[in-house]
Ligand binder design. Structure first.
Ligand code: SAM
Length: 275
């Protein structure tokens, strides 16, 4: 490699020199521990020559780790204060980093990053969940992305991988599991961040699986929205207003006295198929 990543100053110096005090409003909690960042960058698998789409690079700690693993990175950052630091990183990476200044919610990421890119992000919780839902509910499957490696509050990570019957099981679990595999790849202590957030974090790794035949994402979205919208109610009540849902329940032999949180992901798929 002809890059000069190894000669970059420590992240703390970059943050001090560019005045990047973490902004609470932008949900900024930075990771500065190079070994931890390298471990996160290994979660998607070997990245040498692979395309990565990173959301919220901030001062560029995770970006450095991804570039160090040999990836070509497209990164979108909303905080313009970070751009000069990221430009230095781009220069050191010999053209393997392209930075987009803007809001990740408004970027056409598939066009920017290209099909087959791995998505990696350490994002504020609300933006992260909104983007996750967007990536999971794409109309075409397999999706344009190859894998998702996303840092969340631990409680949100647990909701993504939750199994039926647990309090954490809900719409997010079904959306993440009906045509993908989701696991918690790493727990991250709050003290690893600068400044430390109030709660623990975890990195979730998601890879696409095959989409069950005869089921559309719109139906799964509507079904889980209705079922978990009133999660304490029996299905006969929560699904009453969803056209075709009660007939579908009966057709697949699921008792309408059950509640949403007792249904397996596969049972949701069966109901959606019958709708
Ligand atoms: N990746 C860096 C790290 O691990 O140290 C920064 C993580 S910090 C939790 C989240 C970053 O996402 C911040 O740099 C913040 O400015 C950026 N961000 C927040 N909302 C964003 C959005 N809607 N689009 C793009 N970046 C965003």
């Amino acid at each position: 490699m002809t890059d000069s990543l190894g000669a970059l100053p420590p992240l703390r110096d970059v943050i001090a020199r560019h005045g990047l005090a973490a902004s609470k409003a932008l949900g900024q909690n930075f990771l500065l521990d190079g070994q931890l960042l390298d471990r996160i960058a290994r979660i998607p698998g070997p990245l040498d020559g692979e395309a990565v789409y990173e959301v919220g690079p901030g001062p560029g700690g995770l970006t450095r780790a991804l570039l160090g693993a040999g990836a070509r990175v497209v990164a979108v950052e909303r905080d313009e204060r970070c751009l000069p630091a990221l430009a230095e990183l781009s220069a050191a990476a010999d053209g393997r980093l392209r930075v987009i200044s803007g809001d990740a919610m408004e970027v056409d990421e598939a066009a920017e990053a290209g099909a087959g890119a791995h998505i990696v992000a350490n994002l504020p919780y609300n933006v992260g969940t909104a983007l996750l839902v967007r990536w999971l509910t794409g109309g075409s499957w397999p999706p344009w992305w190859r894998s998702l490696t996303l840092m969340f509050q631990k409680e949100v990570a647990e909701r993504i991988v939750a199994r039926p019957g647990s309090g954490a099981y809900g719409r997010l679990a079904v959306l993440a599991q009906w045509r993908s595999q989701a696991r918690i790849a790493m727990s991250v202590h709050r003290s690893a961040f600068v400044p430390p957030p109030k709660v623990m974090s975890a990195v979730v790794h998601i890879t696409p699986a095959s989409q069950p035949d005869g089921v559309e994402v719109r139906t799964i979205e509507a079904l889980t929205g209705a079922a978990f919208g009133q999660r304490r109610k029996m299905l006969r009540q929560s699904l009453k207003a969803l056209p075709g849902a009660l007939t579908a329940l009966e057709a697949v032999g699921i008792d309408s006295a059950r509640r949403a949180e007792t249904l397996s992901v596969d049972e949701f798929v069966q109901i959606a198929r019958a709708m």
